[in-house]
Design a protein around this ligand. Structure first.
Ligand SMILES: CC(C)(COP(=O)(O)OP(=O)(O)OC[C@H]1O[C@@H](n2cnc3c(N)ncnc32)[C@H](O)[C@@H]1OP(=O)(O)O)[C@@H](O)C(=O)NCCC(=O)NCCS
Length: 167
């Protein structure tokens, strides 16, 4: 498994993944504006494609929420990162790919010694994914409304991050 930058060449793939029911269920209210965003590389964001044996499996975005331009997370510390993740094809769910993707993404976040913690915001309704994050060491912080989305906020502090481990 490796993570590489998403590029304009991934446009059709990302739009195809956006149409998959499990992807829609996890993020029904966002338009990712791929046509525009794949041509942008702001310094507060990484948009990454996860590949296994050369095959694209899923997508991960890492942002610095304090500097993200829509200010989605509000007023937060400069030393945080926030992650979005999905596997593209339903047939690739539940095979361990997501765990490996998160381990790589977390290693990438914490490689910056200034980063103190990583945030995620699954929908309250996405109960299966709560376990997924808890196994990676994330702790529940609060229930929070983001626009139309009723979410749980989870946080993984650097001190609770164990590279390569899942509880
Ligand atoms: C969440 C996700 C990235 C995990 O990747 P994965 O490769 O399926 O997960 P792994 O095989 O490493 O681990 C299995 C765990 O993933 C979670 N999971 C599996 N399928 C899932 C699904 N359709 N939706 C949500 N979580 C799922 C469960 O916690 C599962 O553990 P369980 O079998 O004990 O319930 C992936 O399931 C996915 O893309 N789900 C849909 C999109 C999504 O929910 N993204 C997160 C939004 S915050």
């Amino acid at each position: 498994m490796n993570l590489r930058p998403a590029t304009r060449a991934d446009l059709d793939l990302l739009q195809h993944w956006d149409e998959q029911p499990h992807v829609i269920a996890s993020d029904p209210n966002d338009d990712w504006h791929w046509e525009l965003e794949l041509d942008r590389t702001p310094d507060w964001r990484e948009q990454l494609i996860a590949e296994s044996e050369g095959r694209a499996i899923g997508f991960i975005q890492i942002i610095a929420p304090a500097r993200e331009d829509s200010h989605y997370w509000g007023d937060v510390s400069a030393n945080l990162r926030a992650i979005d993740i999905w596997i593209g094809e339903e047939t690739d769910l539940g095979k361990g790919y997501g765990t490996k993707m998160m381990q790589l993404a977390l290693a990438r976040c914490f490689a910056d010694s200034a980063v103190t913690a990583v945030l995620i915001d699954p929908l309250v309704s996405n109960t299966r994914v709560h376990r997924f994050y808890e196994r990676l060491g994330f702790q529940f912080i609060e229930r929070r409304q983001f626009g139309d989305d009723d979410c749980f906020v989870y946080r993984l502090n650097r001190a609770d991050w164990q590279p390569g481990s899942v509880r």
